[in-house]
Design a protein around this ligand. Structure first.
Ligand code: DGT
Ligand code: CA
Ligand code: CA
Ligand code: ZN
Length: 587
């Protein structure tokens, strides 16, 4: 174990302090730990063999605490801390972190109701058990209920796929019931972060009070956290917070830019402004040479005032976009309207909810020029298509595509087995128009094995797209381990596209990796991975992630006309055949 830092030791001292207070120790005793924690945070780093007698020279550190600090520095823990931990579950700290739950209330909850965690507290609230406690009126109980929501909101991030529809829903509600204009989601939702802390919505109105009142009266609002003349915050069931701000119309550009963030982007933006003798704030841009304030109706004006290109919100991450916009090298990123099709979707033939014809009709209705049906292959335990099914589906696909006026490509999402071989043999794959291959099993292989597995799939002449390349789940799994650069290089060299999967739980490739893949010259696809008609819209999340990665339309296979897609497939088959022919000659 590495040496604990001063900060870590201070954290343990605070844990002791909280548990002592909880145990009913006298004020002066536990506060000594608080003071010692503060001292340590401001002291020179301790070594593991810190001498207890020297430690008493630190301000506010007596003999007992000096001994504990020395033990903590040496071992990372302390007998007294362990004694307290044995008596009180660690989850008590959650309870004490809830606004509205003071020390006294926490003690009562623990001793009388056996409430020792956030989950216990939620259960007790639901059962109405808190009303039994003395000195806890309905108002305090309501405060605790809000505190629980807030605690969860602070500690749990919400998937974009949940937050974005909520943002749309509340904006539609406000648009219908008030005179709010310029309704826009700001913050992390606008930047299309895979998960969000809270939802920010901004608008303009001549009647801010009415907009705020309508917002706080929304039927989905579980509790109102704050309400002012031009802003309010509500919580929904489950703890998702929505912040609303009603902005003056003439400052809309400045404020939207401010509330879109990211913080890093805004900091860099302001630094650049200062170098141009401009001071940026949410209330306008002050020209320091003459004291004039420039207010902007649109965000475009904000960026133009600083002499730079407009930066799309998804790119505002503080990762070089400011410099690129200043230098005129910011790429023109993919837009939803660039997409001409979608390569990844399932129907009832495998694990989709809607029929083949429903999926095809829905793709035609979206105005796609083409799309491909990519049901699962048969090797997995769940339903998948065997080669004969696939042959039958292929005939149906042609006929239904014609009927609905769209070119439906016959495809499959073929499992990449643990050894990198594929679930269909080459003769079957050769009969498909385009092939998606994905890893759905054996995620815990070694880095070497997983890299070799992916490379072998990429080398297959019939594999055109690697589906959800990292296998991550945005809430539960970071993705399997493999050599990203080796895979990106092979994908670029062989003409194999890497998918940006728009299913909200996946968003895979993750945008930082997609940005890296760009530097290898990789071609991407932006797909919905829809398992039903309603999920075809997921492609918008894929576009959002592509934009975060600076991906341009030229780099996206399904932004190209059908002939180019077919040529991409043909080129790989031909290239591999040529390589094999050359290999045969040299034998
Ligand atoms: P989140 O909610 O954690 O997913 O991330 P954001 O970016 O939505 O953060 P949030 O909701 O706290 O604030 C929205 C935007 O407002 C943020 O991206 C930038 C701006 N903002 C908020 N507070 C501050 C601040 O203290 N300083 C600066 N410079 N900007 C802020
Ligand atoms: Ca936010
Ligand atoms: Ca916020
Ligand atoms: Zn899949």
């Amino acid at each position: 174990m590495p040496n604990p830092t001063n900060g870590e030791i201070a954290q343990r001292l605070r844990e002791i302090r909280i548990l002592m207070e909880f145990a009913g120790e006298p004020f002066f005793k536990f506060m000594a730990y608080e003071r010692a924690a503060e001292t340590l945070e401001n002291a020179a780093p301790l070594s593991a063999d810190a001498d207890p007698t020297r430690l008493t020279e630190l301000p506010g550190v007596g003999k007992t605490i000096a001994g504990r600090i020395a033990t903590l520095a040496r071992t990372g823990t302390d007998p007294y801390l362990e004694e307290l931990r044995a008596k009180y579950p660690a989850t008590l700290l959650e309870l004490l972190g809830v606004q509205g739950v003071g020390m006294k209330t926490a003690q009562q909850l623990f001793e009388r109701l056996g409430v020792a965690s956030l989950a216990d507290l939620e259960r007790a609230l639901d059962e109405g058990a808190l009303a039994e406690l003395p000195r806890l009126g309905p108002k305090s109980i309501e405060n605790i209920r809000r505190g629980v929501l807030s605690y969860k909101g602070r500690t749990q991030r919400t998937p974009l796929g949940v937050a974005q529809p909520v943002a749309r829903e509340v904006m539609a509600y406000l648009a219908a019931r008030t005179d709010a204009r310029d309704l826009t989601a700001a913050g992390s939702v606008r930047r299309q972060e895979p998960t969000v802390g809270d939802v920010d919505v901004v608008c303009t109105s001549d009647n801010a009070a009415q907009v705020v009142a309508t917002f706080t009266a929304w039927e989905r609002a579980e509790a109102v956290l704050a309400e002012g003349p031009t802003k309010a915050s509500i919580w929904l069931a489950g703890g998702l917070q929505i912040d609303l701000r009603v902005l003056p119309a003439h400052l809309y550009g400045n404020l939207l830019q401010h509330f879109t963030g990211s913080r890093e982007h805004n900091i860099q933006f302001r630094e650049l402004a200062v170098r141009k003798n401009l001071r940026v704030s949410e209330n306008g841009i002050v020209d320091l040479s003459d004291g004039r304030t420039i207010v902007c109706r649109t965000e475009e004006e904000v960026y133009a005032t600083l002499g730079m290109a407009y930066i799309p919100p998804e790119m505002r991450l503080g990762v070089g976009e400011i410099e690129a916009a200043r230098d005129g090298t910011l790429p023109l990123v993919l837009e939803a309207a660039d997409l001409k099709g979608d390569f990844h979707m399932h129907c009832t033939w495998s694990d989709g909810r809607d029929t083949l014809e429903e999926m095809i009709a829905a793709c035609a209705a979206r105005g796609y020029a083409y799309h491909s049906l990519s049901d699962h292959s048969w090797g997995r335990g769940r339903m998948g298509l065997d080669p004969e099914d696939l042959r039958v589906q292929r005939a149906r696909v042609r006929e239904l595509g014609d009927r609905h006026g769209i070119r439906t490509l016959c495809s499959a999402e073929v499992d990449i087995r643990a050894d990198g071989s594929l679930d269909y043999d080459d003769a079957v794959l050769a009969g498909l128009d385009v092939v998606v291959a994905s890893v759905h099993s054996a995620f815990n292989q070694s880095r070497e094995a997983m890299t070799a597995r992916l490379l072998r799939a990429i080398e297959n002449p019939y594999v055109n797209v690697i589906g959800h390349p990292t296998g991550r789940n945005i809430e539960t799994f970071a993705g399997y381990d493999f050599d990203h650069d080796a895979v990106f290089a092979a994908a670029a060299r062989t003409g194999t596209a890497l998918e940006i999967d728009g299913q909200p739980s996946r968003l895979d490739l993750p945008s930082p990796l997609a940005r890296r893949a760009r530097s290898f010259g990789v071609t991407f696809t932006c797909d919905s991975d829809a398992h039903g008609v309603g999920q075809l819209d997921n492609v918008a999340y894929a576009v959002g992630q592509a934009r975060r990665a600076w991906v341009t339309a030229g780099e996206v296979l399904n932004a190209r006309p059908l002939e180019e897609v077919l040529a991409f497939v043909e080129a790989k088959r031909k290239r591999t055949a040529d390589v094999n022919a050359r290999a045969d000659l040299s034998v």
